[in-house]
Design a protein around this ligand. Sequence first.
Ligand code: SF4
Length: 235
Amino acid sequence: MLEINLGSQSRTYSPAPLYQTDFAPDLVIEVTSICDRACHGCYANNILAKGDKATVAKKFPQLFLKLSDLTSNLHALETSPASLSFRGGEPTRHPELHRILEIASSSTPSKKNYLETHGRWLFNDDNKDLLDAIAKTGTIVKISHDSMHELSTEDLKKITDLLISKDIEFLIAITENSYNEFLKCRNDIAFVQNEKIVFQQKAQFDHELLKPKIGVISCDGTLKKTLNSKIGFKK
Ligand code: SF4
């Protein structure tokens, strides 16, 4: 049994309903290898680039998934995904992410589509197309909230309030080295329901990385077996 501090109340839970650990989409779509942050301990094999999305995409076209490559890869799949995940880098750095969400939603039977993000873009004013596409496709926003991502509790609350106001589903992913570190982080966000919490153990080795059943559509337009990570990266 676990004790968790929910504001003024302290409650005891069985471990099972506290969080989920089985986040395992059938297919991962790595839409870009660009990120606008450089979190200490990040294992994605990214290039850091801030500023205007379209300008960055023009400068590094090879690091952004082309819509035509996404379409051809999805049509060539031998197995249809029941779930999929959009990730990066930071996927919201792709100027056409809204189109990517729509294409994947209309080209696959997947009913569980996740957008894995640090969430800060939700404070920007230029996100209407993306929010509309998320709502239209029923995409679940999976926000990273842990010591690595350094998103404050107050900002996470603002983000979750915004998503709730737009009737958009979300999960909060806490990636930490140990269960105790996870619990500390989880206790800080008592306003989030247990079923929306995902605990992910931080990978130290290649074999601990997520291995999607179907594979990974990489931003270079090829279907790979594993994520583009520094851990697994071989020249
Ligand atoms: S936001 Fe995510 S992808 Fe970007 S640097 Fe941080 S951990 Fe890596």
